[in-house]
Design a protein around this ligand. Sequence first.
Ligand code: GLN
Ligand code: ZN
Length: 754
Amino acid sequence: MKTSIIGFPRVGELRELKFATEKYFRKEITADELEATGYALRKKHWQLLVNQELDFIPSGDFSFFDTTLDTAVSLNLVPKKYQDLHLSPLETYFALARGYQGEAGDVTALAMKKWFNTNYHYMVPEIDDETNLELVGHTLVETFKEAAAAGVKTRPTILGPFTLLKLATYHGEKQAEDFYQAAISAYSQLFTELSEAGCEWLQIDEPALVLDLSQKEIQQFEALYQSLLSEKGTLKILVQTYFGDVRDVYQELIRLPFDGIGLDFVEGRKTRDLIEQYGFPKDKILFAGIVNGKNIWINDYQQSLNLLENLGSVAEVVLNTSCSLLHVPFTLTNETSLTSEVKDYFAFAVEKLAELNDLKKISEDKVASQAIVEKNRALFKKERFTKNERLKQQLEKLTDADFIRLPVLTQRTAIQKEKLKLPLLPTTTIGSFPQTKEVKQNRAKFKRGEISEAEYTVFNQAKIAECVAFQEEIGLDVLVHGEFERNDMVEYFGESLDGYLFTEKAWVQSYGTRCVKPPIIWGDVSRSKPITVAYSTYAQSLTDKPMKGMLTGPVTILNWSFPREDISLRESTLQLALAIQEEVLDLEANGIEIIQIDEAALREKLPLRQSDWHSEYLDWAIPAFRLVHSKVQPTTQIHTHMCYSEFADIIRDIDNMDADVISFEASRSSLTILDALNRIDFQTQVGPGVYDIHSPRVPLVGEIETTIHNILNKLSIEKVWINPDCGLKTRGVPETEASLKNLVLAAKKVRGGV
Ligand code: GLN
Ligand code: ZN
């Protein structure tokens, strides 16, 4: 049996790509030096895959920012305003990814969205009626040749036309189907190029096939590939799906002349049933996604072998990961603080390669591999930790009343208005201020034991004082302490909760050069001590203005951690909710009047199929959030914040979170969310982000004013807050200060005018 992976973490074992790219952004290295780092990483990773005896080695999974953007650029999906900058190809690429402000012009970045149900973000291609989709980039074939020259035969991978055109935004009259013909030409030209270069297999990713598809889309998919596959010649095409099952198109999919079909057996709940019910064609190879590409727990070999045995009787099988390994950290070997007993339970990307190899060996010779299977079996039988019985009882005792905050929102709004006496269009920020080098160094020194806790705290307090003074000076209405003590909004809380484990180098790419290091939920979760109270009360002591307490909500903590697989997500989330509830009540008891509970990642685990939304997720996720704040006084104002997500379609559920105020990302998605708010008569007060913090660009006062007016055209002024669209931690100090000054000025101007 052969083995395959869908993609490998390109950022590098120690995030080499991130650091090189950031240096390039700061003009500390040249484009050639950046390219050289890229090449070195690709080569290193290929060699690693060769060493692990992987049979199908991907190429084209490398990217300087995002592979969807790479595909878009190679197909000439570059809107005119970026072309008009007349920058070098690499600079144009980064202008699309991050915006550009300089001598050549001033453009914002493309929109960025969550990649299906992951915490990875892709750049949304933009298409208008003038767009001329054609193959203009040749990176895929060049990379294939580059690997071949390094002695590695690879299977190039590219995002497929169906998914690409489905994910794009259309600004004109034309829609996805108007570009199918052009896509067929472009992809078939690519087929020719690859064949001529000696390529045997091409992997075309079509993850959109796991979504709910209309009858029309299914027909379009079929027609698109019928034409396209007639052009493939001798090139073998693997259509790769992931993040779910393909129940809407399975029958069409197996009828098409693909040479391989990649299906997900981890998240695809119906994948097995589909094969059982409709069979699998004898002339195709089944790339079976059995090793989990998203979570870090070891594979249950016995279970996988049973499945492989079953599948083996139906089809020729290649053992595969369930999705790209992009979504897991690089390797366990750099984790020095985890014990080897604990590490036995984990497999990161490199270790998953070993799992693939193990499974291959076991299925080839069961007798010789008996010991491997038994060692694996034993781990699943052992009790990993002592269960928290008290917590279990606490959860069992919860009643409906624990999930309802009283009095109702409208009454609370009146009470809070009276108490807080905020102006119209109150201004605030989302919480974090720039994490400068000094801020990070202070934390690192403390972690390494180079400074005492007192020294560490004094530094943070000085930063808080500076931050509070700045906010007062420019006239923000609701202040924040700046989150200087936090490495990350989830890890920081995890560190003060029992049941969590932490890694040192286990980074996962979130977008572009940004990586996150999700902690691991190992056991039952509970709060051992107050987490944020000291810094929040210190910050409040420095000002008469309200200081927002700043917490991360249970759903986001869960979604940005590697979750347990031995209990339900619901149960883990309720454990987290009780812990954060204790923190909310402590903040309130210590005089904090406004508490923001971030649910930045609320949408992340929303099932990809709408029919599962409530039953599988929202029916427990929304109540978990309500549990956190249901016991506060009516005078305490609860805020929440969500980023990036489109949530027009779950807008009622968001209102049902029953926060008093919600801020969210809106600037990059051009405020379309406001129509949705209007449609359902959204009750919660809202702060649609008035500028994009993911770009270093400073918004002008006039621009922000226009945005505010656009918001006021749709929402009643009593309900609107003015804030940036997310936290400022990734930004530099000068642009942050300039942007916030402009934000306050714009709000004041609009207030003066109404
Ligand atoms: N309070 C967090 C911050 O400001 C929120 C971050 C987020 O939404 N991702 O950084
Ligand atoms: Zn955010």
